[in-house]
Ligand binder design. Sequence first.
Ligand SMILES: Cc1cc2nc3c(=O)[nH]c(=O)nc-3n(C[C@H](O)[C@H](O)[C@H](O)COP(=O)(O)OP(=O)(O)OC[C@H]3O[C@@H](n4cnc5c(N)ncnc54)[C@H](O)[C@@H]3O)c2cc1C
Length: 409
Amino acid sequence: MDFAYSPKVQALRERVSAFMDAYVYPAEPVFERQVAEGDRWQPTAIMEELKAKARAEGLWNLFLPESAYGAGLSNLEYAPLAEIMGRSLLGPEPFNCSAPDTGNMEVLVRYGSEAQKREWLEPLLRGEIRSAFAMTEPDVASSDATNMAATAVREGDEWVINGRKWWTSGACDPRCKVMIFMGLSDPEAPRHQQHSMVLVPTDTPGVKIVRPLPVFGYDDAPHGHAEVLFENVRVPYENVLLGEGCGFEIAQGRLGPGRIHHCMRSVGMAERALELMCKRSVERSAFGRPLARLGGNVDKIADSRMEIDMARLLTLKAAYMMDTVGNKVARSEIAQIKVVAPNVALRVIDRAIQMHGGAGVSGDFPLAYMYAMQRTLRLADGPDEVHRAAIGKYEIGKYVPKELLQSGH
Ligand SMILES: Cc1cc2nc3c(=O)[nH]c(=O)nc-3n(C[C@H](O)[C@H](O)[C@H](O)COP(=O)(O)OP(=O)(O)OC[C@H]3O[C@@H](n4cnc5c(N)ncnc54)[C@H](O)[C@@H]3O)c2cc1C
């Protein structure tokens, strides 16, 4: 496996880094101020300015491998760029590379009809609208996608949708114009064919944004993580993605790219935390020495370096496998990095917080918010335990006949 950056990737890395330095990091306090000043749930002027600049520079839609809609980069080539964007919580959106839109756009590219692509994918690619993924429900254990109980029932040439979803990230943003809704469409079908995914425009009568859910007190405005009520929502039958009963299949397909994008960004966030930790450790002194020379602080810095480099290599390996053998064969590697990356990022950010003392948990540094966001990634797109169970199953499956595994041994 060759993970060296090609000249094309190296040039893009330099351009994305330069853009982050010139515009994104300086925009962080401006963004915070603009959200605090006006209606928290309206898009900010600064983000729209950043998007226009990045688009004008051709730093746009860098994800989307193997698609005429993308920038022609493989997952392996995109990984180091997403890492740089991930250094800032504002980073991905200016480049039209943020969650959940990248995962949703990949779904539309892969599973959408031509009409669905025209109506939703194209404005998403232009960054004119945003989208949400409505799968998780408050009333059922949603780490098991086959548990979803909200319904999508066919009535003639329409779907009638009912149920309550939550953690529908991005649905609070007025730019969010469409949701991918996963609903129970045939309880009698085999377990993995009972659900369908249906595109629901957010302004359809019966869709109600109940509340934004806070994450450790952060509302993540204007994006937000919404509880959404669907009451007799009617959409045309052709809004189904791929076909009736294909919901589980799409959920599995979506999570490959969506997951690895999170991991690439987590590596970047850990790298920024390490940078802050190093700077703080030499700028501040206690007991007559710089913090770096006290206790085991230098070991914490060294451990962080080693862990980040290991996480990066595993991310690149998973990306390489996705490119070369496909998401399905790469599922163990995708699951592995989905466990490793947020846990490494959390450990590094936690050490950086500690090195900053009280300042680390204040709002004066991005560390507390970074910690909160990374902590959610041990749950979002599947909790750690679910991925561990899958990795363990693949490993044992190498040595044990399939029939024995299926019989519950
Ligand atoms: C910030 C944030 C954003 C999110 N964004 C979205 C979104 O945009 N769209 C969306 O649909 N969902 C989203 N989610 C929801 C997320 O995907 C779910 O929370 C997650 O899948 C877990 O489902 P659950 O909360 O129902 O937990 P449960 O299914 O109730 O699981 C609870 C716990 O049980 C344990 N557990 C579960 N399965 C196993 C197992 N096999 N082995 C061992 N232990 C196990 C784990 O510790 C797990 O955390 C988001 C969540 C957060 C926090």
